[in-house]
Ligand binder design. Sequence first.
Ligand SMILES: [Zn+2]
Length: 96
Amino acid sequence: MAHMPTYGFSCTGCGPFEVRCAMAESDDPRRCPRCAGPARRRFGAPGLRTLAPGMRRALDAQERTADRPDVVTSIPQKTSKTRITRDPRHLRLPRP
Ligand SMILES: [Zn+2]
């Protein structure tokens, strides 16, 4: 069987638990294994830490652009800017 990543979920009644499943199923609704109640997807601290600086940079870039818009010279930078993702799930995708 292929390697399956572990995804963290959290039950409001029982607390966090982990599920091993394929990435394609990681966003599926899960039930708590103990009380069978609805569980929410939980993101680990490392993902949140790496997300914050990225958002900070994006906000700074927006402010700089508003300050002195350099429409002509910033075209190459804008193409690279669109590659920044703010979705924490993307940080868990395997690198090629
Ligand atoms: Zn539960």
